[in-house]
Design a protein around this ligand. Structure first.
Ligand code: SR1
Ligand code: MG
Length: 389
C-alpha cells in the first residue's frame, strides 16, 4: 500500500491490520504528540485493561511542518536502537510490539502511567535516588556493548554501517554544534541574554572548542548512542511499588562519541537546577551529574573484564573513561547553549515568569564546561563552576 500518514481515525484499522488488536468495537484513540519530530497516538480499550502506543515518523519535522522536510527513515534508526538496547537493558526502554518499516511506525508499550521527567521536574519534583543512576547504567551498557570493547570488530563495522543516519546527524551538527555560534534564522533568544548571544558568536576560543566537539561528533564512532538523551526522553514513575525509569525516542541514534549521551543528560540536569534555583525549589538537582557519572563508570568498569579485545588494557580503560568524562562536559556545554540561544528551547526556562537570571547563569556555565572542560577533573570542579556563577 505504501507509506501513508496515519490520522487518529486510522489507528484502529491500522492496529488490526498489523495484528495488534482484534476487537475494534472496543478501542478509543487519542493523539498525544509532544516532541518536535513525530506523531504519537494512544489506543486503549473501554475498560482500560489494554492499551498501545503508535509512533509514526512524518516526512517533515512535526513542529515545523512541510517547510522542513525530513526523511521518515529516522524511524528505522529508532527501531534499530531499541533492538540494541533491548539486548542489554530491556527494563530501561518501553516494550516494542512491532515495527512497520513501510509506514515508519512503531507499536509499543503505552507508558502513560509514567511521567516525562522534564514535566515532573518543572512541576517542582525531585529526581530521587534512582533516575540518574539508571541513566548512567543504561549509557554504560549500551555503549560498552556496541563499542570495540563489547563487540567483535567485524560485527561492529556492520553496526556502524547500518546505523549511519545522515539527516538526523546533520540536525545535531547544525542546531547543536554550529548554528548557535553563527547568525542563523533558527536561532532566537530572550532579549535579556542578547549580550551573551552576541558575545558567544564573536568568541573565537569558544568557537574553536565547539568545532572540536563537532568534529568528534562527526568522526568519533565509539558506540551506539541514544542521540537525544534529554529529560524529555525519560519517563519515570512507580509500578508495583518499584521505581521505573524508561528511556524512549532514540531516533537520533547513530554510532558516535559516548560523551554526547551523558553530556545531553547533564546539560538538562544543570538547566533544571537553574530553574529550581530561580524558583527557590532546589532539592537534589546538584547531585545528578555525580549520580549518573558514578553509575556509568561503575557499570563500565564492571563490564570491562568481559571485553572482547584484551589488547585494551586496564590503563587504557582509565584513559578512555577520562576522555569520555571530558567530552561529556563539552557536549553538556553545547546542549545548554543551544537550548537557550539556538532552535529548540527548554520549557524549564521558557515557562519561568522571568527566565533571564537562570538563562544567563546556564549560558555561562555552558561556556565554562566547553572551554575549560580539560581542567574540570571531577564532579567537585563542576560544582565549583556552578557555585562561581
Ligand atoms: C529540528 S529538531 C530540534 C531538536 O528536537 C529534537 O528533540 C532534538 O533535540 C533536536 O535537536
Ligand atoms: Mg525526541
Amino acid at each position: 500500500m505504501g507509506y501513508r500518514i496515519l490520522e487518529t481515525d486510522d489507528i484502529p484499522a491500522y492496529l488490526s491490520e498489523r495484528g495488534h488488536w482484534e476487537d475494534l468495537g472496543d478501542i478509543a484513540v487519542r493523539e498525544v504528540s509532544d516532541g518536535n519530530m513525530n506523531r504519537v497516538f494512544l489506543a486503549s480499550s473501554a475498560d482500560g485493561t489494554r492499551s498501545l502506543a503508535v509512533k509514526q515518523a512524518l516526512p517533515w519535522v512535526r513542529v515545523a511542518g512541510p517547510s522542513w522536510p525530513m526523511n521518515p527513515d529516522r524511524a528505522d534508526a529508532e527501531a534499530r536502537a531499541y533492538e540494541q538496547i533491548a539486548k542489554v537493558a530491556p527494563d530501561k526502554i518501553p516494550a516494542i510490539h512491532g515495527y512497520d518499516p513501510e509506514n515508519y511506525a512503531l507499536v509499543m508499550e503505552d507508558m502513560s502511567d509514567l511521567e516525562v521527567l522534564r514535566t515532573l521536574l518543572n512541576e517542582g519534583a525531585s529526581y530521587g535516588p534512582h533516575t540518574s543512576a539508571r541513566i548512567g547504567e543504561l549509557v554504560a551498557r549500551l555503549s560498552f556493548a556496541t563499542s570495540d570493547f563489547g563487540m567483535p570488530s567485524a560485527e561492529r563495522k556492520a553496526l556502524i554501517a547500518a546505523s549511519v543516519s545522515p539527516e538526523l546527524c546533520e540536525i545535531t551538527e547544525d542546531v547543536v554544534l554550529s548554528e548557535p555560534y553563527l547568525e542563523h534564522e533558527h536561532n532566537h533568544w530572550h532579549e535579556g541574554v542578547d549580550d551573551l548571544a552576541v558575545s558567544f558568536r564573536a568568541d573565537a576560543e569558544l568557537r574553536t572548542e565547539v568545532a572540536e566537539l563537532r568534529h568528534l561528533f562527526m568522526t568519533g564512532a565509539q558506540a551506539l548512542l541514544h542521540g537525544d538523551l534529554h529529560t524529555g526522553s525519560v519517563m519515570v514513575g512507580t509500578r508495583d511499588g518499584a521505581p521505573v525509569v524508561r528511556v524512549f525516542d532514540p531516533e537520533f541514534s547513530f554510532v558516535g562519541p559516548i560523551g554526547f549521551d551523558l553530556g545531553l543528560y547533564w546539560a538538562n540536569a544543570l538547566v533544571s537546577e537553574e530553574r529550581a534555583r530561580a524558583l527557590g525549589g532546589l532539592t537534589d538537582h546538584a547531585d545528578q551529574l555525580r549520580l549518573s557519572w558514578e553509575a556509568f563508570e561503575t557499570e563500565f568498569r564492571r563490564l570491562w573484564p568481559a571485553r572482547v579485545d584484551t589488547f585494551f588494557d586496564d590503563a587504557y580503560l582509565d584513559r578512555f573513561l577520562r576522555k569520555v568524562w571530558t567530552e561529556s562536559l563539552g557536549y553538556a556545554g553545547t546542549e545548554i547553549i543551544r537550548r537557550i540561544i539556538g532552535f529548540a528551547h527548554l520549557t524549564d526556562l521558557t515557562t519561568l515568569e522571568d527566565p533571564v537570571q537562570a538563562s544567563r547563569r546556564a549560558l555561562l556555565i555552558g561556556r565554562e564546561l566547553i572551554v575549560n572542560r580539560r581542567e574540570l577533573a571531577d564532579v567537585e570542579s563542576v560544582r565549583a563552576v556552578v557555585r562561581a556563577m
